[in-house]
Design a protein around this ligand. Structure first.
Ligand code: FAD
Length: 304
């Protein structure tokens, strides 16, 4: 493709984005989260999602953040929910509370074993045994949009990619309407995965999960636990910058820009950003994707 034919150079009117946040632990983190939300909201994301801490540790904080998004913004929030550490009845109660709070979208996950990724997962006694069962349970309670995970490099516990795609198919059969992928750095792995998923007749949107590398060491440690590979070329790009945060940020922007623009050239139009509750880098990448703050008579974030 010569550069004149590159969609990323010729205006990309159909780009849609969504943003993921985690629930804040302290007042200071809360202030910084809401600043980030206020900055990103005018980009008109399809939805914004709020994660659920390992073992359900953030249940109240996730709920409070999602409820505030419903009450004080015009954004469409999605609440993450896992099967870990709770009975079916307890989880169903959380789902009903979301419905009452006006939440219509849940990201349904199995969650990690209590001892952390890498150890054997055991379902909670009386709990949902798998993410598939959780999807079915949520759909039985109400008319929710249900998003699930997808793993272009397979989930570390899966035997192979085929078994992983079997699980995705089961989640779709149970009522999942969209998937978000684990983050990846080699676009080829996402595009190959997408191809295999489509060949299996799975038609739901599979949003690529993009992680801007705010901190290389942290990202590669996290990647090891989740089974996402970190290519040598990426390590090389951040090499020697441990004590140079300003250059690291510029490199992070360049790396993420290259990744998303390359995906646009491959025909991708929807992106999910793992924001780490920081807006600047994600805002810049969205700007490169052609998104502009939408002027509106109503504020996107209503002051508390
Ligand atoms: P699943 O799709 O349930 O698969 C997990 C493993 O079980 C796979 O190896 C699969 O092959 C296997 N499996 C499933 N069903 C069967 C079956 N019937 N037979 C045999 N094997 C089976 N974690 C949190 O704690 N909180 C969050 O908010 C959170 N958000 C996330 C968002 C995204 C987009 C992603 C990609 C991950 C997120 N995670 C979160 C991490 C996730 O909880 C872990 O990766 C967890 O280990 C797997 O849960 P899952 O629902 O992603 O996987």
């Amino acid at each position: 493709m010569n550069s004149a034919q590159r969609p990323s150079r010729n205006g990309t009117p159909n780009i849609h984005v969504s943003f993921e946040f985690f629930p804040p632990k302290t007042e200071e983190m809360e202030a910084s989260l809401w600043e980030s939300i206020a900055r990103l909201a005018p980009l008109d994301p399809t939805f914004v999602s709020v994660t659920y801490g390992a073992g359900g540790t953030t249940r109240e904080r996730t709920h409070a953040t999602v409820a505030r998004l419903v009450k004080e913004t015009h954004l469409k929030p999605a609440a993450h929910l896992t099967c870990v550490g709770a009975t079916r009845d307890e989880i169903d109660e959380v789902v009903r509370a979301y419905a009452q709070a006006g939440v219509r979208h849940i990201v349904a996950l199995r969650g990690d074993p209590a001892e952390g990724p890498g150890s054997t997962y055991r379902a909670h006694p009386g709990g949902y045994e798998t993410s598939t069962a959780l999807v079915a349970g949520i759909r039985a309670i109400g008319d929710f949009e249900v998003t699930v995970s997808a793993y272009p490099e397979k989930h570390p516990e899966s035997r192979d990619l085929d078994q992983d795609i079997d699980v995705l198919e089961a989640k779709v059969d149970a009522g999942a309407t969209r998937a978000i992928t684990q983050f990846f750095f080699e676009n080829e792995s996402y595009l190959r995965y997408l191809n295999r998923v489509r060949q299996r007749g799975i038609t739901i949107p599979i949003l690529p999960g993009i992680v801007p590398v705010q901190n290389f060491r942290q990202t590669s440690n996290f990647a090891k636990k989740t089974g996402a590979s970190v290519p040598q070329w990426l390590a090389d790009r951040f090499e020697g910058l441990e004590n140079d945060p300003a250059t690291r940020r510029l490199i992070a922007a360049a790396v993420a820009a290259e990744q998303v623009l390359d995906l646009v050239d491959a025909g991708v139009e929807d992106f999910h950003f793992y924001t780490m509750n920081k807006a600047d880098l994600v805002y810049a990448i969205c700007h490169l994707l052609g998104l502009r703050a939408t002027p509106t008579s109503a504020p996107h974030v209503i002051a508390a």
